[in-house]
Design a protein around this ligand. Structure first.
Ligand code: ATP
Ligand code: MG
Length: 416
C-alpha cells in the first residue's frame, strides 16, 4: 500500500466503496490525484449511479458534470441551491450584488437621516434664539416667556429622542447590510536571481523504481523561465521522476544511463502528501524549521497570511484538515527564495478561493515552474509554456498546451 501512487490509492478507495453497492455514497474530495481517464470513469459511474450521493469537492469542472444540487456550508448555516456549481456561482454573484445594493441604500439613508437631523436641530435652535430675543426685548410678558421656555425645552427633549431613535435605526441598518468579506489566504512567491540559464538537462536517461523501468530514453531541458506541465496517468512515474532528479533519499526512484545535469539552484518541492510538513510538530514549529532566519513576529505574520491566527499556530500538524495542511505547506515554501518551484498536485484539498490566490501568486512568480496536476481548471490559468506527458514509458511533448483546455484534455484521454 505504501508504494502506491496518490491516484492509485484514490482509485483503490473508490473501487472498495463502490463494490459494496451502497444506496447512499459520501465522497470527500474524490477527484484528488485522479488522472483524466479516471476522472472520466468516475463521472460516468456517478451519472449512472442509482442511489444518492453527496460529494465534497472544490473542483468546479467536475461538479458541473455530476451534481444537480449544491449545498453551501458556511460557518453559520447550510444553504441549498437547486443547480450545479456554475448555477450556484451565478446565484452567489446575484446575491452579493443585491447585498451590496442594500448596503449602499442603507448608507445613503444614514446620510439622509444625519442631514435631516442637522436641519431640524438648526431650525429648533433658530426658533429658541428668536424666542429668547423677544423675551429680552420685553416684547413678551414674563409669564408668557416662561411658558414659551418650558415648551421649547420639552420640544427640544422630544426632538432629541426622535433623532437618537432615527440615528440608531439607520446605523443598525448599515451594520446589518454590511457584506462580510470572505478572508482568503494571501500567497506570495519569492524568486531568486533573474538570470536566464539552464537548470536541468537530461539526455537519454532511464527512470527506474525498485527494479521496474518506468521511463526510457528521457530527453528534457528546463530553462530558468520555463513553466512546464507534466501529465500522465496515475502511476506513470510523474512523482518518481521529480524525486529521482532531486536525488531524494526517501525514494528508490533513480535515473540511470545517459546524462543528467542539474545546475546549482534553490529548488522547492511541494510533494503530493505534503511530506515537508512534520506531523509531530506544531504549525509554528514547522514554519520555524522551514524559515530559521525569520523572527517570531514575521513567522506569525506569514502564518496570518495563510489564515493561521491566535492559537491555531499551536495546533499539531497531525490534526490539520487537508486544506489546512496544504495551506501550511504553501506558507512554508513561499517566503524562501526559489529558482525552481515544483508543485505536485498542489490544488488537491484547496478551496476555490485559495486556488484563485495560488493562481495569482504563480502568475506573478517569474522563475522556473514544474507542475504536475490533473486539475485542468488550474493548469489552464497559470501560463504554462511547455507541456509533456508520460505515455507508454516515454516522455513526450503534448500537441497542445493546457490553456487550450479541450484539445489538451482530449489528447491526454486518447490511447489509454
Ligand atoms: N517506493 C516505491 N517502491 C516501489 N514502487 C514504487 C515506489 N514508489 C512508487 N512506486 C511505483 O512507481 C509507479 C510510479 O509512481 P509515481 O508516484 O511516480 O506515479 P505518479 O505518476 O506520480 O502517479 P499519480 O498521478 O497517481 O500521483 C507507481 O506504480 C508506484 O506504485
Ligand atoms: Mg504522483
Amino acid at each position: 500500500m505504501q508504494s502506491l501512487s496518490g491516484g492509485e490509492l484514490t482509485k483503490l478507495f473508490l473501487a472498495v466503496g463502490l463494490a459494496r453497492s451502497p444506496d447512499l455514497l459520501f465522497l470527500d474530495e474524490p477527484t484528488n490525484h485522479l488522472d483524466y481517464p479516471a476522472l472520466e470513469a468516475l463521472r460516468q459511474v456517478l451519472c449512472q449511479f442509482q442511489g444518492a450521493f453527496v460529494t465534497v469537492s472544490h473542483k468546479p469542472f467536475f461538479l458541473d458534470q455530476v451534481a444537480q444540487t449544491t449545498w453551501e456550508l458556511s460557518a453559520t448555516n447550510l444553504q441549498v441551491y437547486g443547480g450545479n456549481f456554475s448555477y450556484y456561482r451565478e446565484q452567489k454573484q446575484l446575491e452579493e450584488a443585491a447585498k451590496e445594493r442594500a448596503h449602499e441604500t442603507a448608507r445613503k439613508e444614514l446620510k439622509r437621516t444625519k442631514a435631516t437631523i442637522l436641519n431640524e436641530q438648526k431650525r429648533a435652535a433658530q426658533s429658541r434664539r428668536s424666542g429668547r430675543q423677544k423675551a429680552l426685548n420685553g416684547d413678551m410678558p414674563r409669564i408668557v416667556a416662561g411658558g414659551f421656555k418650558r415648551r421649547a425645552e420639552a420640544v427640544a427633549g422630544q426632538l432629541k429622542i426622535k433623532h437618537e431613535k432615527a440615528m440608531a435605526v439607520a446605523t443598525q441598518n448599515v451594520a446589518d447590510t454590511k457584506v462580510r468579506t470572505h478572508k482568503a489566504a494571501s500567497i506570495q512567491l519569492e524568486e531568486h536571481g533573474k538570470k536566464h540559464r539552464q537548470l536541468i538537462e537530461i539526455n537519454h536517461a532511464n527512470l527506474w523504481v525498485a527494479d521496474r523501468l518506468l521511463l526510457k530514453d528521457i530527453e528534457l531541458c528546463l530553462l530558468s523561465r520555463d513553466r512546464l506541465a507534466v501529465a500522465g496517468i496515475n502511476g506513470s512515474g510523474k512523482s518518481c521522476l521529480v524525486k529521482a532528479i532531486l536525488g531524494l533519499d526517501t525514494t528508490p526512484a533513480v535515473l540511470q544511463g545517459g546524462e543528467v545535469r542539474c545546475a546549482d539552484m534553490r529548488t522547492v518541492y511541494l510533494d503530493q502528501s505534503y511530506a515537508l510538513v512534520d506531523r509531530t510538530q506544531t504549525v509554528l514549529q514547522n514554519m520555524q524549521r522551514a524559515n530559521p532566519a525569520l523572527n517570531y513576529q514575521l513567522l506569525r505574520q506569514q502564518l496570518g497570511h495563510f489564515l493561521f491566527w491566535n492559537d491555531d499556530v499551536y495546533k499539531m500538524a497531525s490534526v490539520l484538515s487537508g486544506g489546512e495542511l496544504a495551506r501550511l505547506a504553501i506558507a512554508m515554501i513561499t517566503i524562501a527564495e526559489i529558482d525552481l518551484l515544483i508543485l505536485d498536485e498542489p490544488t488537491n484539498n484547496l478551496d476555490v478561493t485559495t486556488v484563485d490566490q495560488m493562481v495569482e501568486a504563480i502568475n506573478d512568480y517569474q522563475s522556473a515552474l514544474w507542475v504536475i496536476s490533473h486539475d485542468l481548471d488550474f493548469l489552464s490559468r497559470i501560463n504554462i509554456t511547455h507541456s509533456v506527458q508520460l505515455k507508454h514509458q516515454t516522455l513526450q511533448p503534448t500537441l497542445y498546451l493546457p490553456s487550450q483546455m479541450l484539445p489538451y484534455q482530449q489528447c491526454l484521454l486518447e490511447d489509454h
